[in-house]
Design a protein around this ligand. Structure first.
Ligand code: G6P
Ligand code: MN
Length: 437
């Protein structure tokens, strides 16, 4: 085991940071010496520093923690950077969600036109972050889950083709955990085969090593007849898991990524959305308020026993990837990588999300042994073309390419609407987006 790792968390002011830090500290195959919290917003970062220091003292972890807004202090000589930056914060997420909804279109963080608005901010911020990390830690690994991930990964593929980066999303784990909780399976026994773009993919099979069979067909039947078990999740996630069944009623051959509902059932979802109170509002009233309340408890030395942060499944996922690199474990994860023939009947000049082995050299993609079906291929081709046009728009400062990207997006019925939403997004994203002309 490599001793004394140094890890930086970029975007450390996020409400996910305590879970990630605890996952890092509780992992028995990682020996961490130092965690550096980096955020461009000092107040958020200071708050998180207070919370993390409290958690560390409480459980007596031997580790050094610091928070900084200075990239040199944050990244110099680190072994890993975990990136979870959100350019524009929750306030801009709220715009991404509410503006398309005003036009009767899907308003979502990573899907549809909201996702595109976020992407044009996020590429700017993420590529700038990569530059900074590279200046101070040219050899470190970047474990990235900055959204929207296919678009971010595509921009990195173009600008830094040899970067030591793992682009990973926890959604497949989220789906699998949900299925296991609902029907009493154990994910540890599973070898899932999955393909697609990020938040836009399908399972082909889920082999259960203990049961010695592909359990995907029986899971599909169970979901169709019983639905998933939805407990006290936050409202918008509860709705998503409840609706998951609909995807299978229409298309029962494969388990889909839940995010496909935004493309396949956009109208019903818009109808069910509250145009004045979206997911961003839920988070500002929930996760973000909780940070402030926790800091107050610590500062006033009050109700400390009610502070309930613990390692999270999101944190465990990214930390397991980190351990698989450091200890050369060759474990399997779904990772976003350049296709290069891995999905043999899909274009090569794109990134896809597929199973990969993770070891000291990074991600080794596993080639699929079958052609993906035309229905999935067609959906993915339209999606990836629109995302690539958006990346073109970003690098070429092209309004025309942005308009083509917005028009091709599968949540948008016509070019006129695409243009109206694009023009409104240009105004609200001033200073965040590249100038388009
Ligand atoms: C999942 C997705 C992430 C996404 C998150 C949103 O974890 O994989 O890409 O950002 O959900 O969750 P939130 O609680 O912020 O709505
Ligand atoms: Mn994701």
């Amino acid at each position: 085991m490599k001793k004394g790792l140094k890890v930086a968390v970029a975007g450390a002011g996020s409400g996910h940071t305590p879970g990630i830090v605890l996952s890092l500290l509780n992992h028995d195959e990682l020996d961490i010496d130092e965690i550096r919290l980096y955020d461009i917003e000092k107040e958020r970062n200071d708050d998180m520093n207070i919370i993390i220091n409290f958690l560390i003292k409480k459980d007596n972890y031997k580790i050094s923690i610091m928070s900084t807004e200075d990239p040199k202090e944050a990244f110099e000589d680190v072994d890993f950077v975990f990136s979870q930056i959100r350019v524009g914060g929750m306030k801009m997420r709220e715009m991404d969600e509410k503006i398309p909804l005003k036009y009767g279109l899907i308003g979502q963080e990573t899907c549809g036109l909201g996702g595109f608005s976020y992407a044009l901010r996020s590429m700017n911020g993420f590529l700038d972050l990569v530059e900074k990390i590279h200046t101070y830690a040219p050899d470190c690994w970047i474990l990235n889950y900055t959204n929207p991930e296919t678009i971010i990964a595509e921009s990195v593929r173009r600008k830094y083709p040899n970067l030591k980066i793992i682009n990973a999303c926890d959604m497949t784990i989220g789906i699998e955990d949900m299925i296991c909780k609902s029907f009493d399976y154990d994910r540890k026994n599973w070898i899932p085969v999955y393909y697609g773009l990020n938040h836009f993919g399908f399972y082909n099979s889920i082999y259960d090593k203990k049961l010695n069979r592909d359990v995907m067909p029986e899971i599909i039947e169970k979901i169709k007849s019983e639905g998933l078990y939805v407990d006290d999740e936050e409202e918008s996630w509860a709705k998503t898991w409840t609706r998951y069944k609909n995807l299978l009623e229409y298309f029962p051959s494969n388990l889909p990524n839940n995010y496909l509902e935004y493309y396949l059932f956009s109208e019903q979802i818009v109808e069910q959305s509250n145009k004045d109170y979206t997911r961003a509002n839920e988070i500002m009233d929930g996760r973000l308020k909780k940070i402030k309340q926790t800091v107050r408890k610590i500062e006033n030395n009050k109700d400390l026993n009610t502070i309930d942060y613990e390692s999270s499944s999101h944190g465990n996922y990214i930390v397991d990837i980190c351990a698989s690199i450091i200890n050369n474990k060759n474990e399997r994860f779904m990772i976003i990588v350049p296709n290069k023939g891995a999905i043999r009947n899909f274009r090569d000049d794109v990134v896809v999300e597929i199973p990969c082995y993770i070891n000291k050299n990074g991600a080794e993609p596993i080639s699929l042994r079958f052609d993906i079906p035309d229905f999935h291929k067609g959906l993915m081709e339209a999606q990836v073309a629109s995302e690539k046009l958006l990346v073109d728009a970003f690098f070429e400062n092209s309004y025309q390419k942005a308009l083509e990207a917005f028009t091709l997006n599968q949540t948008v019925p016509n070019a006129k609407l695409a243009k109206e939403v694009l023009d409104e997004f240009i105004v609200v994203n001033k200073g965040y987006w590249p100038e388009l002309s």
